[in-house]
Design a protein around this ligand. Structure first.
Ligand SMILES: [Zn+2]
Length: 76
């Protein structure tokens, strides 16, 4: 289980999908009701599960993305 202080993980609700976003902020994939979504507190956007995992693995403890070590390919 990958959890991170940089994200708030929650289930996509109607309210999120209608009022905030219905696409991932990174890959623009559709988010669906009941999907696991992650609020990115650094960039104020919602991410899909896949992008959150990728970003998480590139982040240091300060939630900064380290681009040098990983190819910056964030598409799922
Ligand atoms: Zn995504």
């Amino acid at each position: 289980m990958s959890s991170s202080a940089c994200f708030v993980t929650q289930e996509a609700t109607k309210e999120i999908l209608l009022r905030v976003t219905n696409v991932c902020g990174e890959c623009y994939d559709d988010l669906c009701l009941g999907d696991t979504v992650h609020y990115d507190m650094q960039n104020y956007r919602f991410l899909c599960d896949c992008c959150q995992k990728k970003l998480c693995s590139m982040m240091n403890k300060e939630c900064e993305i380290i681009y040098d070590e990983v190819e910056p390919n964030l598409f799922c």
